[in-house]
Ligand binder design. Structure first.
Ligand SMILES: Cc1ncc(COP(=O)(O)O)c(C=O)c1O
Length: 357
């Protein structure tokens, strides 16, 4: 009998134990769900197929971003787009991928599934990935402009967290943005991650690949609920709510940083509604989870010895502080263990390589 290996996608958020009460492991907007977008989703017409060409939705997205409608490619989710563009690149006969050292796991996952070779120099790649604000760090990608200038046939800038940017700005200017695939996934900003639906904006010179991507898509990649969410996304009411939520998140972020630093954590700078931190003593993941608290171990994102924490409201911060004060420690899991002395990013990556080899 043949045996199949189960593919593991490691993510923050709900798990086999359900939805964590205090979920620091997700980057979704903790002010959400956005009431107007949620109402739109709840009123979606689930009794009928959506327009298979998504004509109105694509026009609304194109107008929102001031681009030609031909440049809008809808996707079942950002994760689905990542898998599909990887497949399209391979189908075009291309074989090499470049990823940032720290990155969302699905880029590597798709590359591995399609047999792409990972190269260390973006100039050698056919497909290159960027993400700003990056995950897990929440910062700009070092050298992003060089990657855009590389001969890679497709450069994708994942902008999943751009709407949740609390400071700083994208490192690419308008001309550079026109040369990359911009991948947008508003469900995080809207606090509606259970609704699957995203879109990409093709580069000015990317229309041939856009058509190939559409050929590779199944019929109706977006259901009625995703159409409702993405249509609401571009409305002024939803964008106003989002702008206000960023103000709230920025205030919560400063108290959360102060709290953790006061508890001896070493927090790394970030420009988004999440940040990475090193704990001053081992973290007992299971004990925290039993109390409804979940953090994201960043090992699978390339950064061992750190945790990524989404910014949550004061009651969640208090719950974390109480659990920490109660002394939840463990001598267990290697991946969860961090020393009292903060690691540099380079040291952490060295540990990751040692851990993976
Ligand atoms: C950087 C990044 N890109 C894309 C995604 C996936 O987005 P979607 O929910 O649209 O699949 C995630 C989800 O965690 C992410 O962190």
């Amino acid at each position: 009998m043949s045996q199949t290996t189960r593919v593991r996608h490691l993510h923050g958020g709900p798990d086999a134990q359900g939805v964590p009460r205090w979920d620091f492991s997700t980057n979704a907007n903790a002010c959400g769900p956005c009431p107007v977008a949620l109402a739109a989703v709840q009123q979606a017409d689930a009794a009928h197929y959506p327009d298979p060409g998504y004509t109105d939705l694509r026009a609304a997205l194109a107008a929102f971003h001031s681009v030609a409608i031909e440049r809008i490619v809808v996707a079942g989710s950002a994760s689905e787009f990542i898998a599909r563009i990887t497949a399209a690149v391979v189908r075009g006969g291309e074989r090499r991928v470049w990823l940032p050292p720290l990155a969302y796991g699905d880029y590597a996952h798709a590359a591995q599934a399609w047999g792409l070779a990972r190269v260390g120099d973006a100039a050698q790649a056919d497909l290159a990935w960027l993400c700003e604000p990056s995950s897990p760090r929440g910062v700009v990608e070092a050298g992003a402009a060089l990657v855009v200038g590389s001969p890679a046939s497709a450069v994708v800038l994942d902008r999943a967290y751009e709407p949740l940017r609390l400071s700083g700005r994208c490192s690419l200017n308008g001309d550079a943005l026109d040369q990359v695939w911009q991948l947008w996934s508003p469900n995080k900003a809207l606090g509606l991650t259970g609704v699957r639906g995203a879109y990409a904006i093709a580069p000015l010179q990317g229309l041939a690949l856009a058509r190939r991507l559409e050929q590779l898509a199944p019929s109706w990649p977006l259901g009625a609920h995703a159409v409702a969410m993405l249509t609401a996304w571009v409305s002024p009411g939803v964008q106003d709510w989002l702008a206000q939520s960023r103000g709230q998140l920025a205030r919560w972020k400063s108290t959360q940083l102060a709290l953790l630093q006061g508890l001896g954590w070493h927090c790394l700078p970030s420009e988004a509604n999440y940040f990475c931190a090193q704990a001053p003593r081992p973290v007992d993941v299971a004990a925290l989870r039993a109390q409804g608290i979940k953090l994201r171990d960043t090992t699978s994102l390339g950064l061992p010895g750190h945790w990524r924490l989404g910014v949550l409201p004061p009651d969640a911060q208090e719950a974390l502080a109480d659990a920490w004060a109660a002394g939840l420690t463990s001598q267990g899991a290697l991946a969860a263990h961090v020393g009292a002395v903060p690691l540099t990013i380079e040291e952490a990556q060295g540990r990751r390589e040692a851990f993976e080899s």
